[in-house]
Design a binder for this molecule. Structure first.
Ligand SMILES: O=C(O)CCC(=O)C(=O)O
Length: 271
């Protein structure tokens, strides 16, 4: 190879509010990476919770289980994590909901390579507009070591959320699809925040331990939730006002002039 580049182009961001430079990176790449969001103790506690959720479920291929926050406090705490939520708010403004929370395992010695953009196969988000709008913003918490290749790492194609053409069909089950792809190598406790339009895939997990990621997907309030029809009333009753609002269980979400959408009680909103 004759061409070289001086840096590895990792879109690193700091925990907390989105800086202008981070916003620029997000808009260019479609994703940013926030390191050290969870301490080792928090990673362990969350990992235990995710393993409990998957108990009794088959461990053959990638499996995603929703709404674990209803029963697992360690998962619930991540819904409005201060390292991440301000960035979600920077991208959406003050009205958004948790559309889904997927607790995802890529079992030891398994692979589910499949490059895709997030969205709905029933009505593809690409049909809405070009470039595909931000309607599912995913905060993906890595709970197991993914610092080397073939640990179930997320693979991403930076900037692909702006591509008017899709990744060719014949490449979608391949690991290496483009010289511009990135493979995220990161420690547990790192968060990847990405736009639904970015082409991505899990890398195979060739290790002898299961890979767990906890994905939180934030959306505009009118997008139908995908991990639940409604939130458990007992959870709504006992959780915090902010988390309750983020569940989006509005009584009449479709009243005119946004009347059905009560303001989300962010701390700095005077609530
Ligand atoms: O957890 C993973 O490895 C990938 C999940 C994913 O790509 C998705 O749910 O769209």
């Amino acid at each position: 190879m004759q061409t070289t580049m001086v840096n590895e182009m990792i879109p690193l961001a700091q925990p907390g509010p989105m800086t202008d430079a981070e916003r620029f990176m997000f808009e260019c790449f479609g994703y940013i990476i926030i390191e050290d969001v969870l301490s080792q103790d928090e990673v362990e506690e969350t990992l235990e919770a995710t393993k409990r959720l998957h108990e009794g479920h088959p461990k053959e291929r990638l499996l995603q289980l929703g709404k674990g926050f209803e029963t697992e406090p360690a998962i619930e705490r991540l819904i409005d994590h201060p390292a991440v939520l301000p960035k979600v708010r920077a991208l959406y403004g003050d009205r958004f909901v948790l559309q889904a929370a997927w607790c995802t395992v890529q079992p030891a010695g398994s692979q589910s390579v499949g490059w895709h953009q997030d969205g709905s196969s029933a009505y593809d988000f690409k049909q809405l507009a070009y470039p595909v709008p931000l309607v599912q913003l995913r905060a993906s918490y890595n709970l197991t070591d993914q610092s080397e290749l073939f640990m179930g790492n997320m693979m991403m194609i930076p900037g692909s959320h702006r591509s008017p053409v899709g990744l060719p069909n014949e490449l979608r089950k391949e690991i290496n699809v483009s010289p511009i792809q990135h493979i995220i190598q990161c420690k547990p406790g790192t968060v990847l925040l990405f736009h639904n339009g970015v082409w991505h895939s899990p890398m195979p997990n060739n290790r002898d331990f299961d890979r767990y990621n906890m994905h939180f997907i934030y959306s505009p309030p009118w997008l139908r939730r995908s991990d639940r029809f409604e939130t458990d009333p007992a959870f709504l009753e006992r959780t915090t006002p902010l988390r309750r609002a983020l569940m989006g269980d509005y009584e009449r979400p479709d009243t005119p002039f946004a009347g059905g959408f009560p303001a989300i009680p962010f701390e700095d909103n005077g609530h």
